[in-house]
Design a protein around this ligand. Structure first.
Ligand SMILES: [Zn+2]
Length: 213
């Protein structure tokens, strides 16, 4: 486990098991809030099955929003390498779980990220971690894509960045909006991905091609 002070003052902590997530400070206020929430929906917080729910919910929420304590620079660290590769680098099908800021309900799906290097590349495994930094906050899908693109642009100074997100939103699916099977697709394009139609169409074709492995 490692920890460092994030920009928001929250501790940035790396753990593998969410149940092991160490919570800084006292979650008593949060737990009281969840108990009140249970009462407000007509539940009895003293019921056996709910006794530990306030504690579980408050820890789960800290885990699900842990991106507030992290930055892209934190997770990339020194995994930047001088390299003259000039073609598109793409990481497809990155699993993404986030929560919409309007209903605090999950939205989840896949993120496809590509960039064209300009003298340096980033360790491939760092790209999904950059996605995590921004997904683990309250979000809207549009802003999530923009933040991932901006962060990579800032760190890599590439010739271009493209981010496509395909997701389903539980707030649409569960609230009787009758959009059970609709996916929301957003794209955030920078540099050559925005200005050069060949680059853009190559990226979008690769992002949408059926997966073969
Ligand atoms: Zn929503």
């Amino acid at each position: 486990m490692s920890r460092s002070e994030g920009p928001t003052g929250r501790m940035a902590v790396r753990v593998t098991d969410p149940d092991d997530y160490p919570v800084e400070g006292d979650l008593a206020d949060y737990e009281a809030l969840v108990r009140r929430q249970l009462e407000m929906v007509g539940e009895d917080p003293e019921r056996n099955g709910l006794l530990k729910t306030p504690s579980r919910v408050s820890k789960a929420m800290m885990w699900l929003t842990r991106g507030y304590g992290q930055t892209a620079a934190d997770v990339i660290g020194d995994a930047l390498f001088e390299e003259n590769h000039e073609n598109m680098v793409m990481v497809r099908d990155i699993e993404m779980y986030s929560m919409c800021e309007h209903h605090m309900l999950p939205f989840f799906g896949k993120v496809h990220v590509a960039y064209i290097p300009n003298g340096r590349i980033v360790g491939l495994s760092k790209i999904p971690r950059v996605v995590e930094v921004f997904a683990r906050r309250l979000q809207v899908q549009e802003r999530l894509g923009e933040q991932i693109a901006d962060a990579l642009e800032e760190v890599l100074r590439p010739k271009g960045v493209g981010v496509v997100i395909e997701a389903v939103h539980l707030c649409m699916m569960m609230r009787g909006v009758e959009k059970q099977n609709s996916r929301t697709i957003t794209s955030s394009l920078r540099g050559l991905f925005r200005d050069d139609s060949k680059t853009r169409s190559e990226f979008l074709r690769l992002a949408q091609a059926p997966t073969s492995i």
